[in-house]
Design a protein around this ligand. Structure first.
Ligand SMILES: Cc1cc2nc3c(=O)[nH]c(=O)nc-3n(C[C@H](O)[C@H](O)[C@H](O)COP(=O)(O)O)c2cc1C
Length: 201
């Protein structure tokens, strides 16, 4: 598939068929993700693929519980929403990243803590690297006939999910990608025209 067709055709899928996704297909998506650029070629991303229905259900329970606590609204059991829809997919790909620190960052950490803080938390080259890998994963999944939904909604329960997945610092959970054969074709959300988001100087 042409890369432009993949970029324009991909859309977030929020309802999936039950069919499992073959592991060799998932590895092809991960391979596409590994070819993404990363700051200093740090390749600071890992994909933890959750297929076990019991673990998916536990993760959904955690997200529902924390969401109910922070919003003060009970989540009806079995209700699929923006935060927990990954649990109704045959696979939830948990995207795990590590912070990135360049040699320059190490030098300015002590000499200029404020500049270091901005680079670490606002520029966040590590997070940008992980995002580029996720994008390539999504495009590969689409070109192989799979639907995805890139999700940060579940990370309302970030520490609790990290603990359920036995993740240890410096690794952290940064996103969850719901993955499976699409069971719906929602309307494609429109985009801004390129002229509106481009400035030449
Ligand atoms: C960083 C990020 C976080 C997102 N989190 C969620 C989420 O938690 N739940 C969800 O249903 N969609 C989520 N989305 C999907 C967006 O809503 C979607 O990409 C956007 O509306 C454009 O639609 P499209 O992906 O179909 O083109 C997220 C997308 C990104 C890039």
């Amino acid at each position: 598939m042409n890369v432009f067709d993949a970029m324009k055709g991909r859309q977030s899928i929020r309802k999936f068929r039950k069919d499992p996704v073959p592991r060799e297909q998932i590895l092809r998506m991960v391979e596409a993700a590994t070819w993404a650029p990363s700051a200093g070629n740090t390749q600071n991303v890992r994909f933890l693929v959750v297929e076990d229905p019991a673990l998916l259900s536990r993760m959904k329970g955690i997200v529902d519980e924390i969401l109910a606590r922070v919003t003060g609204k009970e989540i009806p059991p079995g209700k699929i929403n923006y935060h927990n829809l990954f649990a109704a997919a045959p696979a939830a790909v948990c995207v795990v990243g590590k912070p990135y620190e360049s040699a320059t960052d190490r030098q300015i950490r002590e000499k200029d803590p404020e500049r270091h803080r901005v680079r670490r938390y606002q520029v966040n080259a590590g997070l940008q690297s992980v995002a580029s890998a996720i994008t390539q994963f999504l495009l590969a999944a689409y070109s192989l006939g799979y639907g995805t939904c890139w999700m940060t909604g579940p990370l309302v329960a970030k520490p609790e999910l990290e603990s359920a997945l036995s993740l240890r610092p410096p690794e952290e959970l940064l996103a969850v990608v719901a993955l499976g054969k699409p069971d719906s074709s929602p309307p494609k959300p429109p985009r801004k025209p390129p002229e509106e988001v481009t400035e030449f100087r």
